[in-house]
Design a protein around this ligand. Structure first.
Ligand SMILES: NC(=O)C1=CN([C@@H]2O[C@H](COP(=O)(O)OP(=O)(O)OC[C@H]3O[C@@H](n4cnc5c(N)ncnc54)[C@H](OP(=O)(O)O)[C@@H]3O)[C@@H](O)[C@H]2O)C=CC1
Ligand SMILES: O=CCCC(=O)O
Length: 292
């Protein structure tokens, strides 16, 4: 396959670009903080000096940026994608953003004659390293078909969900559920502990119960060790809760559980936990009122 461009060497982008290199793809990378490209360069990637330079070199370019402002910045700002995107080139944004952001990017890219696909992912750092992501794509089907050989390396399953916006919405619904679950899980761990039960035994019980799931199994042991090395940064989970709640507003969907979970993530951010893993929201529930 042609050389693939990759913008954004954060936790996910770096793991995904490395995976493409490991599978024999030629990759050209860019990151706002250029030094984060060094390791990729050592593994054979070429480094572009701007998003525009990467787009110029590559037929297909993937973006994996933190949030809507970052996703928009690499497209619209000086040195951005719009300076070089043209007919025959495609941009695939795999960041988690809202449908409106995706639509803005899609419209601008298409106006220049380029193709656009949104393709946010489910799965975190380890699945990204192992090529086990779940890809939620929407937009131009021709571009989806063309980029499938790369998706087959990055993910264990790709969904094509139709028009731009559907991938973003699906991703926000999934992460809204995940964030709410993480809050319920944290409350349960604290309740077990405060009521004299072993949180470790609770994990064993949960793992055999109808609500057993990979997230509890993977995050539980490190949470009870108070260890929150970031796989999915808490600030991004809070961004996803906020965007999912906005989607709820638009559709008049009452979401009291998600709203409460969002408040807990906001509180965690305000106490300086934003760069830790999203499971660090557990710390918020441990804080008890001083007795009168
Ligand atoms: N981590 C995870 O488990 C998962 C994350 N996601 C989503 O993937 C995306 C990336 O996540 P992750 O890799 O964890 O995030 P990181 O915070 O590790 O990386 C964010 C990336 O965005 C770049 N960035 C931030 N602001 C700007 C800007 N204004 N202009 C240009 N680049 C910018 C950063 O550049 P710099 O290095 O210069 O700061 C960095 O490359 C997010 O949308 C997240 O919600 C989806 C699934 C799982
Ligand atoms: O957006 C992040 C998702 C993290 C995960 O699916 O484990």
């Amino acid at each position: 396959m042609e050389e693939i461009g990759f913008l954004g060497m954060g936790i996910m982008g770096k793991a995904m670009a490395m995976n493409l290199l490991r599978h024999g793809f030629k990759v050209s990378v860019w990151n706002r903080t250029l030094s984060k490209c060094d390791e990729l360069k050592e593994h054979g990637a070429s480094v572009g000096e701007s998003p525009a330079a990467v787009i110029k070199k590559c037929k297909y370019t993937i973006g994996m940026l933190s949030d809507p402002p970052a996703a928009l910045s690499v497209v619209f700002d000086k040195g951005g994608i719009l300076e070089e995107i043209c007919s025959g080139k495609g941009y695939i944004d795999m960041s988690t953003v809202d449908a409106e952001t995706s639509a803005k990017i899609s419209e601008a890219v298409q106006k220049k004659g380029g193709s656009f696909l949104e393709a946010p992912v489910s799965g975190s750092k380890k699945p990204a390293e192992d090529g086990q992501l779940v890809i939620l794509a929407a937009g131009e089907k021709g571009l989806y078909d063309a980029i499938l050989p790369a998706f087959d390396v990055l993910g264990k399953k790709s969904f094509f969900l139709g028009e731009v916006g559907n991938g973003a919405k699906m991703k926000l619904v999934v992460n809204m559920i995940m964030g709410s679950m993480m809050n319920a899980f944290s409350e349960g761990l604290v309740l077990a502990d405060k009521s004299g039960l072993s949180p470790k035994t609770l994990l064993d019980v949960l793992d055999l119960a109808a609500i057993a799931n990979p997230m509890f199994k993977m995050k539980g042991p490190s949470m009870i060790e108070n260890s929150y090395s970031p796989a999915f940064p808490l600030k991004h989970q809070q961004k996803d809760m906020r965007l999912a709640l906005a989607l709820g507003d638009e559709n008049a969907v009452s979401m009291p559980v998600a709203a409460a979970a969002n408040e807990a993530f906001k509180k965690a951010r305000s106490t300086g936990l934003g760069d830790l893993d999203f499971s660090a929201v557990y710390e918020i529930f441990k804080v008890t009122e001083p007795s009168a």
